[in-house]
Write a protein that binds this ligand. Structure first.
Ligand SMILES: [Fe+2]
Length: 473
C-alpha cells in the first residue's frame, strides 16, 4: 500500500513537471497533476510525517528501497531536481496542491544549481512544505544508516538489472530515448522545424545496446507507463521493431533506420489538437477524421526534415494501413506496403494493447497475443505476426511469469522454435520467497515421454487477474 502511494506521488509529480515543460507551468494539466500529487501525499501522510524522494546515481529511492521502473518513468523529474543541485526532495504533511504547483514552477524556472539557493527561493514564496535534499541520501540523518545502506546496495548491478556490457543500463538508455522524443516534440511545437540530431544519436545508441544484449534490450519495453504514454509508446514500438529486425539483419545502418522509423512512426500526432489527442472518452466521427490525418502529417514532417531514412517516412505514412487495406489513409486502390511498415502495424497494436492508459488496464501478454493471432490474415500480415512471435515469443523478455511448480521469475530469452516456452530467470520459489540462488530454466525442455519438464503457468499479470476475477482471464 505504501509502495503504491509512493508510486502515485512520484508519478503525479512527474506528470506535472512533464506538462509544465510541454505546455507552461500554469497550464491546467499541471494543476490537475499537482492535485493528484497532493491527494497521493495525503494518503501517504496517514502513516508518515514526510515523504522523501531520494536520488542516488540516477536511481530513485523511497523509504530506502530502490524503485527501478519508476526511476525510468520519472527520469525527467530526477534530472531536473539534480540540475537544481538537489539529491532528492522532501515533502511534509500539510502540503497543498498550490504549493506543489509552485514547487514545479520553481523547478522549471529557477536558474540556480544550488539546492540551498533553491530552498531559499521556495521560502520566499512561502512554500513551507517542500524542499530539495541538500545532501546525498546516505548522509541525511533522518533516513538512518539502514536505509542508506540499502540504497547503496541497490545501485550495485544485479542480474535483474538488465545491465549491458557497454556499461549503459536500461536506466540510462531508455530515458535518453524518451528525452529525444520529448525534445523533438517540444522543439517542433516551438518553431515547426524538425531537428533530428538527437533522434539520430539515440538511434545509434539503441543499436549499440541491442547488439550487446538483445534480450535485455527487449526487456526495456516492459516499462509501461500511462503518464507519458505517447513517448513510452514510441520508444517501446522502436524497441520491439529493432529487436525483430535484429533477427533478420546485423547491418547497423539498417537497424538505425528501423530505430528512426519506430521512434518517429507517430510523429504526425504533434499536429493533432490536444483536445482530440488526449480526449478521455470516445472520439466523435469528426474527431476521428482529424486523428486519422496523423500518418500523412507525420510523413510530411519527415519528408521536410533532413537525414530521415526513407523507410521511416514510409512507416509514418503507412502504419495504420491494414493488411486487408481497410485502414487509413484511405488510398482507394490496392497498394504494396513495405514489410517494415506492415511489421510496425502489428507492433503498434500490440504495444497499445499492453500499455497502461488512463482509461484502461493493460492487456496481459496472453490476451494481446490472442488479438494478434486472431487478426493474422485480416488486420495483420500473417508473416509479420509469425515473425513477431518467433523473435519475441508469447511472453517477451522482461515479462514476469509463474511456472507450473509455483516458482516465479522473468522471461530472459524467447525460443524461436517454441513461442510459448521461453527461457526464464527464476528468482522466487513457490510461495513467494526469494531464491538464494536464482536459476535459469528452459521451459522448452522436454521429458523422455515428450512432455514439457516445467512449463509456464502464465504471466503473473494474467494469473493475478484470474485470481481476482475467480475465473480464467
Ligand atoms: Fe499511429
Amino acid at each position: 500500500m505504501q509502495a503504491e502511494s509512493a508510486e502515485a506521488i512520484v508519478r503525479a509529480l512527474s506528470v506535472a513537471l512533464m506538462n509544465g515543460t510541454v505546455y507552461f507551468p500554469e497550464h491546467r494539466r499541471v494543476a490537475e497533476a499537482s492535485r493528484e500529487a497532493a491527494a497521493a501525499l495525503d494518503r501517504y501522510f496517514e502513516s508518515r510525517e514526510s515523504f522523501v524522494l531520494g536520488i542516488v546515481k540516477g536511481l530513485l529511492i523511497v523509504d530506502g528501497e530502490p524503485l527501478y521502473d519508476l526511476s525510468v518513468r520519472a527520469h525527467r523529474l530526477l534530472v531536473v531536481i539534480g540540475e537544481r543541485g538537489g539529491f532528492g526532495a522532501r515533502f511534509a504533511r500539510g502540503i497543498t496542491a498550490d504549493e506543489i504547483m509552485a514547487f514545479i514552477k520553481t523547478l522549471l524556472q529557477a536558474r540556480t544549481r544550488s539546492a540551498e539557493e533553491f530552498n531559499a527561493l521556495l521560502a520566499r514564496q512561502e512554500i513551507a512544505h517542500a524542499v530539495l535534499q541538500v545532501k546525498p541520501l546516505r548522509e541525511a540523518p533522518r533516513e538512518g544508516a539502514a536505509a542508506s545502506d540499502r540504497a547503496q546496495a541497490a545501485i550495485a548491478p544485479t542480474p535483474g538489472d538488465f545491465e549491458v556490457e557497454t556499461g549503459e543500463s536500461y536506466l540510462e538508455v531508455y530515458p535518453w530515448a524518451l528525452d529525444a522524443i520529448h525534445n523533438f516534440i517540444t522543439n517542433f511545437k516551438h518553431d515547426h522545424k524538425a531537428s533530428l540530431t538527437q533522434m539520430t544519436e539515440i538511434a545509434l545508441r539503441l543499436t549499440d545496446v541491442l547488439s550487446k544484449d538483445p534480450n535485455a534490450f527487449v526487456a526495456m519495453a516492459s516499462v509501461k507507463d500511462y503518464d507519458s504514454y505517447t513517448f513510452n509508446h514510441s520508444v517501446n514500438v522502436c524497441i520491439y521493431a529493432m529487436a525483430i529486425a535484429e533477427c533478420l539483419t546485423t547491418d547497423k545502418k539498417e537497424l538505425v533506420a528501423v530505430a528512426q522509423a519506430g521512434l518517429l512512426h507517430d510523429v504526425g500526432k504533434v499536429l493533432i489538437p490536444d483536445e482530440v489527442l488526449f480526449k478521455p472518452g470516445a472520439l466523435s466521427d469528426a474527431e476521428w477524421q482529424v486523428m486519422r490525418r496523423h500518418p500523412e502529417l507525420g510523413a510530411k514532417i519527415l519528408m521536410e526534415a533532413r537525414g530521415v531514412a526513407d523507410i521511416a517516412i514510409s512507416v509514418a505514412f503507412g502504419h495504420h494501413l491494414r493488411n486487408d487495406q481497410r485502414g487509413y489513409p484511405a488510398l482507394g486502390a490496392q497498394i504494396t506496403v513495405d514489410p517494415l511498415t506492415q511489421l510496425v502495424n502489428v507492433i503498434d497494436v500490440y504495444e497499445a494493447l499492453t500499455a497502461k492508459r488512463p482509461y484502461k488496464k493493460p492487456f496481459t501478454p496472453e490476451r494481446a497475443a490472442e488479438v494478434l493471432l486472431r487478426g493474422a490474415g485480416s488486420e495483420f500480415n500473417p508473416l509479420c505476426v509469425d515473425l513477431f512471435f518467433r523473435c519475441l515469443g508469447i511472453f517477451p523478455p522482461g515479462t514476469p511469469v509463474r511456472l507450473a511448480d509455483g516458482s516465479e521469475g522473468v522471461v530472459a530469452m524467447a525460443n524461436p522454435s517454441d513461442a510459448a516456452h521461453p527461457v526464464v530467470h527464476v528468482t522466487r520459489e513457490a510461495g513467494g520467497g526469494a531464491l538464494e540462488q536464482p536459476a535459469i530454466v528452459d521451459t522448452a525442455e522436454r521429458l523422455p515421454d515428450g512432455g514439457y519438464r516445467l512449463e509456464i503457468a502464465g504471466s503473473v499479470a494474467a494469473l493475478q487477474a484470474q485470481a481476482q476475477a475467480g475465473a480464467p482471464a
